[in-house]
Design a protein around this ligand. Sequence first.
Ligand code: GAR
Length: 192
Amino acid sequence: MVKLTGLKKIKTAVFISGTGSNLKNLIKFSKIKNSPMSIDLIFSNTSKAKGLRFSNQFNIKKYISSFKDPKITEAKILNLLNREAIKFICLAGFMKILSKNFIKKFNGKIINIHPSLLPKYKGLDTHKKAIQNKDEVAGCTVHYVTAKLDSGKVILQKEVKISKKDNPTSLAKKVLRQEHKLYPAAIKKIFN
Ligand code: GAR
């Protein structure tokens, strides 16, 4: 959907709400010579997001604004993305829902990582649901973001076996390890 032109890395913003392990992983990926992207902005809807520390650590601009008034926040973000010439957005543990209008402005240029094998288990508590349903496999998905929650076209998925001993916490850890491989692989798939 988005092709890289020339040798310039595509300027990317990562949106987070929490720990930011996927953000850190994407930053490391972006620094590899042949990586198609650079990460130039971190956005969080909360100042409590632990992942914001990577802004200082890697010298990347950050912007924080609560979604109390989503319209105003989104307008501010769009302004900033424009100013910073951001062309691509990766959602990484971002727990707010972007409006149709926002998504339209970045049509085909927003991707998300979700901790389930979509279309199974959209929304929250994916690991709890998988265990409760006695699923044998869980997993993660990188997909395009559309106005319908967790429903855009799948880019890549990875299965993770659920063992009898797993609880939602242990499963989340196993899936997260795979997320860290899957997100860069999905980005490579888009741009190469
Ligand atoms: C990840 O498991 C990600 O897939 C999930 O939140 C976690 C964030 O971890 N995202 C969602 O649930 C989005 N609906 P991280 O902050 O360590 O990257």
